[in-house]
Design a protein around this ligand. Structure first.
Ligand code: NAP
Length: 281
């Protein structure tokens, strides 16, 4: 039987600290910490994510500046908006909700956001700094995972960590963070051979592939720490993760549930990065 890592509870604790810091900033500077959130188009999932981010800002004393642009927005219009936000001294962080409509070039648009306002931690400079073990605004989801490990007294040093998934927003920064924390890290992906065997060697297994209940008990070492980043739907349309929670929880020492695990930590780390960006001025 395993310890359930409660992301919801931890996120609430961290948000209380972030709120205090945001209030302190406001007292010292006579203005609130500000986050600009840019949404283009009508994607329903993106609209929900943006609403949740704005609500989380309100709850933590961060002022949100919300821009909802029509789906037919041109590249130049988006970039003009971003340039204005970059120049705006009340805006400390800028977030462009992805994916953008297909006719827009996300990579080109995101290049307009300087590293110090890149609160998603996606730009080359922040990723490069992370890779080199220097201070950086770190991608929110993997950063949240590290906070979870820390909160539960799990030190990656010397441990064998396996990251399943190599996306730029989760898998790769996750691997770098674990490496920076002195774990011995293996990154797996769709071309990995003997995947189950590699996963079963992990002391810490982080799964981010987007395949419902893909990781089964036979892929997990007895006593492992299992972090499930996945947000999927099972055969009944119910929210679930990339890990078969019910079976794996009998074998793991620690495990994150879905929902209530990594999810609440992601927005929390966005708030954290925004306050950090403001404090760095
Ligand atoms: P992504 O960009 O689609 O990347 C998926 C990765 O998984 C790729 O590296 C892919 O390998 C690998 N993969 C896919 N199928 C595989 C298989 N059968 N065996 C081995 N590797 C496989 O996904 P993502 O953006 O990282 O997201 C992953 C999951 O996390 C999704 O469920 C997403 O919804 C969730 N997520 C949750 C949060 C949160 O806040 N909780 C945040 C972000 C993402 P290749 O590179 O070889 O194609």
């Amino acid at each position: 039987m395993s310890v359930r890592i409660d992301g919801k509870e931890l996120a609430a604790k961290l948000r209380a600290d972030i709120r205090e810091e945001a209030e302190q900033y406001a007292r010292q500077h006579g203005k609130q910490v500000g986050l600009a959130v840019v949404l283009v188009g009508e994607d329903p999932a993106s609209q929900v994510y943006v609403r949740n981010k704005i609500k989380a800002c309100e709850e933590t004393g961060i002022r949100s500046y919300s821009y909802h642009l029509p789906a037919e927005t041109r590249q130049e219009q988006l970039e003009e908006l971003l340039d204005g936000l970059v120049a705006d001294k009340n805006v400390h962080g800028i977030l462009v909700q992805l994916p953008l409509p297909k006719h827009l070039d996300a990579e080109r648009a995101l290049k307009h956001i300087p590293s110090e306002k890149d609160v998603d931690g996606f730009c080359a400079e922040n990723v490069g700094n992370l890779a080199m073990g220097r201070a950086a605004l770190v991608a929110c989801t993997p950063h949240g995972v590290m906070k979870m490990l820390e909160a539960y007294g799990i030190d990656p040093r010397g441990k064998r960590a396996v990251v399943l998934g190599r996306s730029n927003i989760v898998g790769k920064p996750m691997a770098m963070l674990l490496l920076n924390a002195d774990a011995t890290v293996t990154v797996c992906h769709s071309k990995t051979k003997d995947l189950a065997k590699v996963c079963a060697e992990a002391d810490i297994l982080v799964v981010a592939i987007g395949r419902a209940k893909f990781v089964t008990a036979d892929m997990v070492k007895e006593g492992a720490v299992v972090i499930d980043v996945g947000m999927d739907r099972d055969e009944n349309g119910k929210l679930c993760g990339d890990v078969d929670y019910e079976a794996v929880k009998e074998k793991a020492a620690y495990i994150t549930p879905v929902p209530g695990g990594v999810g609440p930590m992601t927005i929390t780390m966005l708030l954290y990065n925004t306050v950090l960006a403001a404090k760095r001025g």
